[in-house]
Ligand binder design. Structure first.
Ligand code: ADP
Length: 376
């Protein structure tokens, strides 16, 4: 007897009413026409219309729902699955709390031995729901990346568009000031024009700073030495590491070829990963606080940089959300660091990844193309 069936059998007179078939002989013992339920290829159960009690169910229903004590009573089962909504006229998509699987529930009418029955079929639609979810999160990621990029573009466009009219305003003001000067006054107009020119010049200076900033942020890729980038980042974080009494080891293969990368952007990624690794080890005993930065050419021939910590690691639910924008487990976290890192690495045609570290902790790593093999 299956555990679910054993449970149902032990559950008293109510369950006793259920003539559940033995696994070896599907349908055996189910009264008459109700043994047909066994032929249905998804979970299927019949409930009495009058008192809502379970009358019969197929093996699949037992396997998937018998673990819920509520399955023996239609209203209790519906209340659980549909959050209290007892209406069974509409088909519903629900999540079974005990298994986490998604079902489409359909109800039909039947009669057996003069008794009105409600027939429930529960079709497992988890795969479809998961596919939809992953499509949605993919869309969100794309949206986020394009938003990040459009902020830069918008700033560049605004700066360009505002620059021209501001230059014209300053010219007109200068011309007006000359005219007022030639006409010998009035002094108040001259003062007002001078004040307007100062303001316009100030606005032009702000705009030109924005333009410089945006230009400076435009990626510039060329041959970069991984050792030099790692050294810059580790030097920036040296004090923080000392404060937390953690050891940093580097294991960069001496034969790493130059990568085709924007130095500032890749340093930004590495900085973010090493900072996260340091933060992940805050709560563990000092003796275990060990951070390792590795660099090697992997089996696919890519340059791979890995940041390994001995922190608490990540649950599988956390791993699923890791690179989604705004996912954070920190009180003061923003949850955009890894999403930006991923955009940057993908822009470089590389791959950002996470894997659990052997012996405990996490590995966050990324790949970059060789300078020699870059695509033009
Ligand atoms: P933030 O640091 O602002 O939370 P991130 O995008 O950098 O944003 O990180 C998102 C989340 O990923 C963190 O809140 C943390 O839960 C998890 N995480 C990142 N790096 C590590 C790590 N090395 N070890 C454990 N968890 C990590």
């Amino acid at each position: 007897m299956s555990p679910a069936r054993a449970k149902a059998a032990k559950a008293g007179p109510e369950a006793g009413r259920r003539p559940g078939p033995a696994p070896s002989a599907p349908g055996a013992g189910t009264p008459g026409a109700l043994s047909l339920l066994e032929a249905v290829p998804f979970a299927c159960a019949a409930y009495a219309r009058d008192d809502g009690a379970l009358v019969a169910a197929n093996r699949r229903f037992d396997e998937e729902f018998a673990a819920l004590p509520e399955h023996r009573q239609r209203d209790r089962l519906l209340a659980l699955l549909r959050d209290g909504a007892l209406d069974d006229a509409e088909p519903a998509e629900v999540r079974a709390p005990h298994s986490g699987r998604w079902y489409a529930l359909h109800w039909g009418e039947a009669e057996h031995d003069g008794r009105a029955l409600a027939l429930l079929t529960a079709i497992d639609i988890s795969e479809r729901i998961e596919a939809l979810d992953s499509h949605k999160s993919q869309q969100e990621k794309l949206l986020f990346t394009s938003r990040m990029m459009s902020v830069g573009e918008m700033a560049a466009t605004l700066a360009h568009e505002l620059n021209q009219p501001l230059a014209a305003i300053v010219n007109y003001l200068n011309g007006s000031l000359r005219l007022v000067d030639q006409a010998g006054g009035p002094a108040q107009v001259e003062r007002a024009l001078q004040a307007a020119r100062t303001q316009a010049e100030h606005a032009a200076a702000v705009i030109s700073r924005v333009r410089e900033f945006v230009r400076a942020r435009e990626p510039r890729r060329d041959a970069q030495d991984v050792h030099a980038m790692a050294a810059t980042v580790l030097e920036l974080l040296r004090l923080e590491a000392e404060r937390q009494q953690l050891r940093i080891d580097t294991a960069l293969s001496p034969s790493l070829p130059p990568v085709y990368a924007d130095r500032v952007m890749v340093e930004q990624v590495l900085l973010n990963l090493v900072k996260n690794a340091i933060e992940a080890m805050r709560g563990i005993p000092v003796a275990q606080r060990e951070l390792r930065v590795e660099g090697r050419v992997n089996l696919d021939g890519e340059v791979e940089i890995r940041v390994c910590d001995r922190g608490t690691g990540l649950s599988s639910a956390e791993q699923d959300q890791l690179f989604s924008p705004f996912f954070t487990t920190k009180n003061d976290g923003l949850g955009i660091g890894l999403a930006i890192c991923r955009s940057i690495i993908e822009y470089h045609k590389g791959r950002l990844f996470f894997e659990p570290r052997e012996g405990g902790g996490s590995v966050f790593g990324f790949t970059l193309p060789h300078y020699e093999e870059r695509a033009h």
